[in-house]
Design a protein around this ligand. Structure first.
Ligand SMILES: Cc1ncc(COP(=O)(O)O)c(C=O)c1O
Length: 397
């Protein structure tokens, strides 16, 4: 049987693959500590679960409009106004099956065969395959550890061609934890808006910010920028709701309408019950969000301190999200039995098999010098995992 060429042009998500491998080892009885998963280790707050239970009891069992439950779209419009100072109409907002689906739909709606989409590296693993699946060309722009892995405006200007359709900006970043300030972001966004490039601002980690940082939403940086930006967000990371699959976006009405058309012919609508739960998440009390954020900040301090004390390891201090992305390239070229560790894929394999810690190789994010550790796991396991890492690396030295 011959499968479609588009399927052969991409790989399955490497982060989900690492998680599956760690779970398989655990099932065999191996005591694996996982730093692999990109989901909060907290439970969805009880008031949100109660709203879902009520939705079932109240009979929310049917289809909703393809672009989302009107009540949830209204909650999203109000959220953008309240938290980001952005004024969107209801025709500028769509609810999707998770933030991943939002960016997938956007690529399907925007990209023609051969169009270019700028993807700053290190990138979230799903951006390049989504561009490819839409027939586009991901133009990967490497960033430097010394710049906290952030883009420089002149780099963006030089990368834009007549075929450039869009650029992904993700702040706070998965995998680096980097957060753009308004001063860093504005010149980049201005260049894109001036040249008619759509800015896809992936703000899914918005509330998980450290050291008192204030969140900057790209679309709030000027009228021209607003007109060229699609703001992507969702409830997965902020409210520990990864499995509920609710993402949303807002932007120019024709783009949103195009996404709704594709959604109407593919998923129909996100689950009605999960949409009801998302209304409660966005409109309800936000104190659980702050509790989770504060806990992530405590863990960030600990894990960065441990990594910084390890020989040959450098690591920018994440300003948000729940990942650290240390540079472990000092261990490349070292011997593991009769093998030589060539790069991040080998190093992650070594750490899983010999130290029993699951991580994601930086190569999956377009930066081979690094390895991603998620600290969405308990303080106790982080401490134990860091002991194992230290011992594992020492054995290689
Ligand atoms: C940067 C980024 N954007 C979007 C998503 C999508 O999240 P979800 O589809 O779970 O809502 C993720 C999840 O890992 C992410 O890291």
């Amino acid at each position: 049987m011959e499968l479609a060429r588009r399927v052969m042009s991409i790989q399955p998500s490497p982060t989900l693959a690492v998680d599956a491998k760690a779970k398989a080892l655990k099932a065999e009885g191996v005591d694996v500590i996982s730093f692999g998963v990109g989901e909060p280790d907290f439970r969805t707050p009880a008031h949100i679960c109660a709203a879902a239970k009520k939705a079932i009891d109240d009979g929310y069992h049917g289809y909703t409009p393809a672009d989302g439950l009107p009540e949830l779209k209204k909650a999203v419009v109000e959220k953008f106004k309240r938290d980001n100072g952005l004024t969107y109409g209801l025709d500028q907002v769509i609810i999707n099956v998770g933030g991943k689906h939002s960016s997938y739909l956007l690529m399907q709606a925007l990209v023609n065969e051969g169009d270019e989409v700028i993807v700053p590296a290190p990138y979230w693993v799903s951006y390049p395959p989504m561009v490819i699946l839409a027939g586009g060309v991901p133009v990967v722009l490497p960033t430097q550890e010394a710049d906290d892995f952030k883009l420089r405006p002149e780099q963006v200007e030089a990368a834009i061609t007549p075929r450039t359709k869009a650029i992904f900006i993700n702040s706070p970043s998965n995998p680096t934890g980097g957060v753009y300030s308004a001063d860093e972001l504005k010149p980049i966004a201005e260049i894109c808006a001036k040249k008619g490039v759509i800015i896809i601002s992936d703000e899914i980690y918005e509330p998980i910010l450290f050291d008192g940082r204030k969140f900057v939403s790209t679309a709030s940086l000027g009228d021209e920028i607003f007109a060229h930006t699609v703001t992507l967000n969702g409830v997965s990371k902020a409210y520990a709701m990864t499995g509920w699959r609710i993402g949303y976006m807002a932007g120019p009405a024709p783009i949103i309408k195009a996404c709704a058309k594709i959604q109407s012919q593919s998923t129909s609508n996100p689950t009605a019950i999960a949409q009801k739960a998302a209304v409660e998440a966005i409109n309800g009390p936000q104190d659980e969000v702050e509790k989770m954020r504060a806990e992530f900040e405590r863990r960030r301090g600990y894990i960065v301190g441990r990594l910084a004390a390890m020989k040959g390891v450098t690591c920018p201090n994440p300003g948000g999200a729940f990942y650290v992305f240390p540079n472990l390239s000092a261990y490349f070229g070292k011997k593991w039995g009769d093998k030589v560790i060539q790069g991040s894929v080998d190093l992650s394999a070594y750490l899983l098999e010999e130290a029993h810690i699951a991580t994601v190789p930086g190569a999956a994010f377009g930066e081979d010098a690094c390895v991603r550790f998620s600290f969405a796991t308990s303080q106790e396991l982080i401490a134990k995992g860091m002991d194992r890492l230290e011992e594992g690396l020492a054995k290689l030295a």
